[in-house]
Design a protein around this ligand. Structure first.
Ligand SMILES: Nc1ncnc2c1ncn2[C@@H]1O[C@H](COP(=O)(O)OP(=O)(O)OP(=O)(O)O)[C@@H](O)[C@H]1O
Ligand SMILES: [Mg+2]
Length: 244
């Protein structure tokens, strides 16, 4: 099982939109896909209605975990109510032991993460193979990547044997005629080079509307000629980066 986390602390950067589309993309390609919706907002769980619910992710953080019957597209949701926040070391230990028990049943696991740092994000970064980072080209957008690189460093030092592979940063909600954003995009490219996805996701209402309707943009019942190609290009590049 290959595990891909979508993470950035900044709220509203596009984590859920990207995680859901990646999960649909993989599942529609015939892979067995597990989603961990680790955000208590449970936005991904609301969107991925065609994934079978495995209920709360809480058992994954407990000692007596029994792997469930495993449907080919399945989702665990964060229905926890802060019960491990005061004693998260044990929860992380249990998660480290339990998560691999799911690895024979799935080809891919996609982890959607909450905004703001917590031990839950530590858990996601601890177990993922690859990390996708959405960035909004607005005020503070690119700055938020600094926090993430500090977090990655901490998790690499304290929680992993091998460093997290960063699949890349992807610029999201790019407005084609916003010169300021395009300048920021160039600046980011000059700064991080290949770590920036060559493709970016434009600002298109279809992505929101499709996710709200519980379908990927390629199954959205609208004229998606403008919104589909950039999403496809992004997902193809993501898969290429994850495989390489
Ligand atoms: N490329 C896009 N074009 C238009 N709207 C978008 C795009 N990407 C995301 N959105 C919208 O922006 C909002 C935030 O996106 P999303 O929920 O994916 O971000 P998030 O990082 O998961 O947020 P949170 O930090 O709250 O979990 C949502 O309403 C979403 O539909
Ligand atoms: Mg989200």
């Amino acid at each position: 099982m290959k595990t891909i986390a979508v993470n950035i602390e900044k709220g509203g950067a596009g984590k859920t939109t990207i995680a859901c589309h990646l999960a649909w993309h993989l599942a529609d390609a015939g892979h067995r896909v597990l989603v961990l919706d680790l955000d208590r907002q449970c936005n991904a769980s609301a969107a991925l209605r065609d994934f079978e619910s495995l209920g709360s992710c809480k058992p994954l953080f407990e000692n007596a975990f029994q792997p469930p019957a495993v449907p080919e597209r399945a989702i665990y949701s964060n229905r926890m109510t802060g019960e491990y926040d005061a004693d998260y070391g044990k929860a992380l230990g249990a998660f480290r032991a339990n998560f691999p028990m799911l690895s024979d049943a799935y080809d891919y696991c996609v982890i959607d993460t909450p905004p703001a740092w917590s031990w839950i994000n530590f858990a996601a970064l601890m177990m993922c193979d690859d990390l996708i980072v959405p960035v909004e080209l607005g005020p503070f957008g690119p700055d938020s990547t600094r926090q993430l690189s500090n977090s990655i460093q901490t998790v690499n030092q304290k929680g992993r044997r091998t460093p997290i592979r960063i699949a890349g940063l992807v610029a999201n909600r790019v407005k084609a005629n916003d010169r300021n954003q395009l300048a920021m995009l160039e600046e980011l490219k000059a700064k991080i080079g290949r770590n920036l996805f060559a493709t970016h996701l434009p600002d298109r209402a279809h992505y929101s509307q499709a996710v709200q309707a519980g379908v990927p943009v390629w199954r959205f019942d609208k004229d998606v000629r403008a919104s589909l190609p950039p999403m496809r290009a992004f997902l193809d590049e993501a898969m290429e980066r994850i495989r390489s």
